[in-house]
Design a protein around this ligand. Structure first.
Ligand SMILES: *Cc1c(COP(=O)(O)O)cnc(C)c1O
Length: 381
């Protein structure tokens, strides 16, 4: 049996909505389906202002522009994340400051954030790894005390919760991804959430998204023509992609429950290896969090054993992967003056972690096949 690492889930309605969007002749940005997916997100999750974007990367870039980051500013974020988290602030000339992660959730360590705050710090970007929420109460308290913005990189996190609140709607700004590797997809896509009653801030974000124009105000009939109003770029996705995404949103909880089923099979099937110490950790959901089951990881006791497990699984046609190479020790990180040995938990996790196959259409039989093979591999390691 071949078990791929990921497989895109189609709900079956995607083509119908795409066909409808073509027939409506509104295939550029902010057409009929963009309206539907934005309202879906505000209604289901209670977000104040939702704007669909071409990607999470572009959402993060918009956020960096919106809070007016400047050269010399510093932004604290984990090193255990995707390059986009750091690039978004570097593109404004600001500097990413990398904090370590917690061993239990692999999310940014709030104590380490505090140690890294300086007079230049302007914002914190927590990343909700695996769809499990960061310690947002502590992070928001730290941010309030030092007057910092909190931009949630919720690329993994749609439909996950922290203390009952949906991820992406807790900080000042939140960013989501609908890239094919995430839970809800449209190929390439994203959203930015502005959690503020400040109309001026929202208007400015619309200008940034609409190529520096006040087209948003024009579409609402507030001005009779639109013109150049500020700095901006082209961040609104084609309505064809939003039609695809709408099909996925219609099944949003069914998709989550199907992933939960696989998560629970892995958890029960592999728990004995955590108890016996062969694996030192696996996906862990604290009581205050509700996951969206984005990914399932194991942490082995050393890099050698991690690589061995990946290879043994591969021999059986089961495809597992490592995850982020830490940003601080990457070529770019070193060129920014970061020290390779800094951030011990990040370094350990990146060497010892592997991600198991997890996709919405995975069957019990497939998950049990992965578990059975792991049993035979881990018993002789
Ligand atoms: C996937 C991902 C991104 C980028 O998302 P895109 O929509 O592909 O731009 C950013 N941050 C994290 C943590 C991610 O996993």
């Amino acid at each position: 049996m071949k078990i791929p690492f990921n497989k895109i889930h189609y709900t079956g309605k995607e083509m119908d909505y795409i066909k409808d969007s073509l027939e409506r002749h509104q295939i550029s940005g902010d057409g009929y389906y963009t309206g539907l997916v934005s309202s879906f997100l505000s209604e289901k999750f209670g977000y104040k202002n939702v704007q669909m974007t071409t990607s999470a990367t572009h959402g993060l870039e918009m956020a960096a522009m919106l809070i007016d980051l400047k050269p010399g500013d510093e932004v604290i974020m984990p090193s255990f994340t995707f390059s986009s988290t750091a690039n978004s602030v570097m593109m404004r000339g600001a500097k990413p400051i990398f904090a370590d992660i917690r061993k239990d959730t692999l999310n940014i360590d709030a104590e380490d954030i505090e140690r890294r705050i300086t007079k230049r710090t302007r914002a914190i970007i927590p990343v909700h790894y695996a769809g499990v929420g960061c310690d947002m109460d502590t992070i928001m308290t730290i941010a309030e005390r030092s007057k910092l913005y909190v931009i949630e990189d919720a690329a993994h996190g749609l439909n996950g919760r922290y203390k009952g609140k949906y991820l992406g709607g807790i900080g000042h700004i939140g960013c989501f991804s609908f890239h094919s590797t995430k839970n809800y997809v449209c190929g390439e896509g994203g959203a930015i959430i502005i959690n503020s009653e400040d109309r001026e801030l929202v208007k400015r974000s619309e200008i940034i998204r609409q190529k520096g124009t006040d087209r948003g105000s024009f579409l609402r009939g507030e001005v009779d023509k639109y013109s150049w109003a500020g700095l901006g770029s082209s961040y609104s996705p084609s309505d064809i992609l939003m039609a695809f995404l709408y099909a996925q949103f219609k099944e949003i909880d069914r998709i989550k429950n199907k992933r939960k089923r696989i998560n629970d099979l892995y958890y029960e099937g592999l728990q004995e290896f955590v108890n016996s110490g062969i694996i030192s950790g696996m996906t862990n959901i604290p009581l205050e969090c509700e996951s969206n089951y984005h990914l399932y990881y194991l942490i082995l006791d050393n890099e050698n054993n991690r690589d061995k497990v990946i290879n043994e699984l591969r021999k059986r046609d089961i495809h597992s992967y490592t995850h982020y190479e830490p940003l601080h020790s990457s070529r770019m990180g070193i060129s920014l003056g970061c020290k390779r040995d800094d951030l011990p938990v990040t370094n350990m996790v990146s060497k010892c972690l592997l991600r198991l196959p997890l996709y919405t259409d995975m069957t019990d039989e497939e998950a049990n096949y992965v578990i059975d093979n792991l049993h035979s591999i881990l018993k002789v390691i």
